[in-house]
Design a protein around this ligand. Structure first.
Ligand SMILES: Nc1ncnc2c1ncn2[C@@H]1O[C@H](COP(=O)(O)OP(=O)(O)OP(=O)(O)O)[C@@H](O)[C@H]1O
Length: 329
């Protein structure tokens, strides 16, 4: 299943409205690793100024796509444009404007967090040498690492390593920030801080591309979403529009959810158990029909209400395997 919603930051409608150039775009992107198709036919659009959440199950190709966007991996086929530059050829032009937190950022294990940042800052082409100390301290402060900045990188927890990676991405003002699973290893307070930093970057007009498996995180922070499954983009566009594109549903509260699912399936009505109750898919039936089937099947219905299509729901529909869909029929 593929859902697509016109990608692009909201702009007033009308003749002559310029279409903003995307901060990043890929066309027909494909990566094959010794027989494993990691990414296949990916056409991704990251609108300028958007916070785009890249969602997908493990192994769906998020990291590989990000690595190709940054010119770290050469595509088997397809095209990549980053800030208007063809990648990887235009890396020298584009990358100084892009801060990235990706796996293995190349920190030295025996240097402290602060010393590592000094090394990174010295290699920043857009940072004058007399501005390095203040840039390092500001970045440490922003990610809440000032207190641990003197400790060796080797002794850092996963969460502290993530913070240091983020600090290196924030050393200089950027046009775009790319974060691969930034909340990986962070505690709830750290996760909230990342959310706050993403919000601040968005307010400053910076484009943010963030990969995550945390749906609630994406729903709270992103303006746009791209859902990957098995190496392909199965949905992308504005978050609000994608959520509206979901099929209508009915949420039924009952003490016997399993029995309700059984009865509905016997009546060829698609439904599944959620923490909130039984979610009935109303794409091919109506609410009165579903409720009547439950009552006929002697299932106690305590309450029935219109189900809000959350990102979790959309994600489940887009990424569940064909076999599961078959089973549901
Ligand atoms: N260097 C590599 N060599 C061989 N196969 C690879 C390599 N990198 C990725 N793959 C494979 O490509 C597929 C996509 O991996 P990728 O890491 O891009 O997915 P992901 O969505 O980022 O997953 P996760 O959420 O687990 O990080 C997987 O099947 C993975 O095993």
């Amino acid at each position: 299943m593929t859902v697509s919603v016109e990608a692009g930051v909201s702009a007033p409608e009308g003749a002559g409205t310029p279409v903003p150039t995307p901060a990043a775009r890929t066309r027909g992107l494909r990566k094959v690793y010794r027989g494993t198709v990691a990414v296949d036919q990916v056409d991704l659009d990251v609108p300028s100024g958007a916070v785009l959440g890249m969602l997908g199950p493990n192994g769906s190709g998020k990291t590989t796509t990000i690595r190709m966007l940054l010119g770290l991996v050469r595509p088997t086929e397809g095209e990549v444009e980053l800030l208007g530059q063809k990648m990887p050829e235009g890396a020298g032009e584009a990358l100084p404007d892009v801060g990235a937190l990706v796996e293995g950022p190349g920190f030295h294990p025996f240097l402290s967090g602060r010393e590592n940042l000094f090394r990174m800052a010295a290699a920043e082409p857009r940072l004058a040498s007399n501005s390095v100390p203040s840039a390092v301290e500001e970045a440490l402060e922003r990610v809440g690492l000032t207190g641990a900045a003197h400790r060796r990188y080797r002794a850092y927890s996963l969460g502290m390593k993530q913070r240091l990676g983020l600090a290196s991405a924030l050393l200089v003002p950027r046009r775009m920030i790319v974060l691969d699973e930034p909340t990986n290893g962070l505690d709830p307070a750290g996760t909230r801080e990342i959310r706050k930093i993403i919000g601040e970057l968005h307010a400053e007009g910076v484009t943010v591309l963030v990969s995550s498996h945390l749906l609630a995180e994406v729903e709270a922070t992103c303006t746009h979403v791209a859902v990957l499954n098995a190496g392909s983009v199965v949905a992308q566009g504005e978050l609000s529009e994608l959520l509206e594109s979901g099929s209508p549903g009915l949420l039924v509260s009952t003490p016997d959810g399993d029995r309700a699912i059984e009865v509905l399936r016997d009546n060829r009505i698609s439904a599944r158990l959620t923490p909130e109750g039984v979610r009935v898919d109303l794409a091919a039936t109506t609410a009165p029909e579903a409720i009547a089937a439950l009552v006929r099947g002697e299932v106690a219905v305590h309450e029935a209400s219109r189900a809000r299509t959350g990102l979790e729901d959309l994600f489940a529909r887009l990424t569940q395997g064909e076999e599961e869909i078959e089973e549901e029929r």
